[in-house]
Ligand binder design. Structure first.
Ligand code: GP9
Ligand code: MN
Length: 434
């Protein structure tokens, strides 16, 4: 399902076409493709009534380069963690300390995993509830970060050392507005690390990516890493940490993999400094989604010393986010509840881009936060609504609270996911892009 070429290879061309016709009928023919007047009003009202919370850091990074590093499977619990006297992520911890660190930032991906995280970051829409938006709606009109920056004279590129048809990136990237897609075909595959032993190492990926960035005009480059992809083996000689008592477990292997990626990120930052780019580039680093599927999470509960239950599981679904703003003193941790849909409006404020079409909120200015997870659970600064139980818990004390008190707010937040789905399904920006 991830790659049309793979479907053809494995299932045959007849199956592929049959399936394609079925999806076309389901998605395109049976649904009225235009927003009704009511739906259009709902959409317009949402964007019109969006609150601006303040102007902290407005324009602080206007005209600067933007480098986004989306790190495969980097999950929050790995940060600031010491095992047997050694930090798992010393470089990320240092960056978090020196810059702005968001430690209550949730991933909001669904069936499109990595590609959904890219989608959230670049459009500030929620990924669709069923399947992957990169595969189902790759030719829609999108208001996006690449489009917005391109119209301001930026060059825009995505770097990912993998097959360009995977997640349908080659097609979707055109709609997102990237000028260039640097895929595995453009890299010298000179070192394999991770993902079953056949992925280009993140170290080589970062080094070659920096060589390829066009710095003749301001740039937006997004780097999507690969080494720390499940199943996390092949790191025995790459990791510098002792993960006892988790040796030879998925969790232990993962921590070793992340220790390797952390070292690569340290080198990337050094390289940016050497090339005199660190002082004129906004650097954003975050994780795309969770590291461990739930059935494999037993060791994680043990590591975190929490009881295995739905509430604690949700609390663990955070990914770290670090933002370096050149010329702005960092050293701050921001713990307002937020999610990947909030990154674009945050960057738009920093870079002084008028971007009216975001579903998220500016994380430097909002006082109270929330994150809608794609299973309909809701995390706020006060409570967590666990959708699978239809119950709400106090976010700190973990005690059950009266959900009815917050029902309106929960429903309102959940409606945002439905509105986003509707806008994607009906290609709502076709007439309204800017
Ligand atoms: C492949 C990579 C992995 O290109 O992005 O994606 P995932 O399996 O994490 O969605
Ligand atoms: Mn991924």
């Amino acid at each position: 399902m991830y790659d049309n070429n793979q479907i053809i290879k494995n299932m045959g061309i007849l199956y592929f076409h049959g399936n394609d016709v079925f999806n076309f009928i389901k998605d395109d023919l049976l649904k009225s493709k235009t927003l009704t007047a009511d739906e259009k009003k709902q959409m317009d009202d949402f964007y019109k009534n969006k609150q601006v919370f303040g102007d902290r850091f407005k324009g602080a990074a206007k005209g600067k380069n933007l480098l986004i590093v989306q790190v495969e499977s980097l999950q929050g619990f790995a940060m600031n963690k010491t095992l047997n006297g050694k930090e798992i992520t010393p470089n990320l911890n240092k960056l978090a300390k020196e810059n702005f660190y968001f430690d209550n930032y949730y991933y909001q991906v669904k069936g499109g995993n990595t590609s959904d995280a890219e989608f959230l970051t670049n459009t500030s829409l929620y990924p669709i509830n069923e399947g992957a938006v990169f595969l189902r709606y790759p030719t829609n009109v999108y208001n996006s970060l690449p489009h917005a920056l391109k119209s301001r004279g930026y060059s825009t590129s995505s770097f990912h050392a993998y097959n360009p048809s995977f997640w349908n990136r080659a097609i979707m990237y055109r709609s997102l507005g990237y000028d260039r897609f640097i895929s595995y075909k453009d890299f010298n595959i000179d070192e394999f690390v991770g993902w079953g032993g056949y992925a280009l190492s993140d170290e080589s990926f970062f080094r070659q990516s920096l060589e390829k960035i066009d710095t003749t005009s301001p740039f937006y480059s997004m780097l999507i890493t690969l080494s720390s992809h499940h199943p996390y083996d092949f790191f025995a000689d790459k990791s510098n940490v002792d993960v006892n008592p988790y040796d030879n477990t998925v969790l232990g292997n993962y921590l070793g993999a992340i220790n390797y990626v952390d070292r690569c990120i340290g080198k990337l930052i050094d390289d940016l400094k050497k090339r005199s780019l660190y002082d004129n580039t906004v650097v954003v680093i975050y994780g795309d989604h969770s590291a461990l599927p739930r059935p494999q999470a037993g060791d994680l509960y043990r590591l975190e010393n929490v009881e295995p239950n739905n509430f604690n599981w949700i609390k663990l679904q955070k990914v770290p986010l670090i933002i370096h703003i050149p010329g702005v003193e960092g050293g701050q941790t921001i713990s307002t509840a937020s999610g990947q849909v909030d990154l674009l409006p945050t960057l738009a404020n920093l870079m002084d881009i008028d971007f009216p079409y975001s579903m998220g909120q500016d994380m430097f200015n909002k006082k109270e936060g929330y994150a809608l997870l794609r299973d309909s659970s809701v995390v706020t600064d006060k409570y967590i609504y666990v959708a699978s139980e239809d119950k709400a818990y106090d976010v700190k004390g973990s005690s059950l609270i009266n959900k009815n008190e917050y029902q309106n707010e929960i429903t309102e937040i959940q409606q945002l996911g439905n509105l986003s789905d509707l806008m994607i399904r009906k290609n709502a920006f076709k007439a309204d892009s800017y």
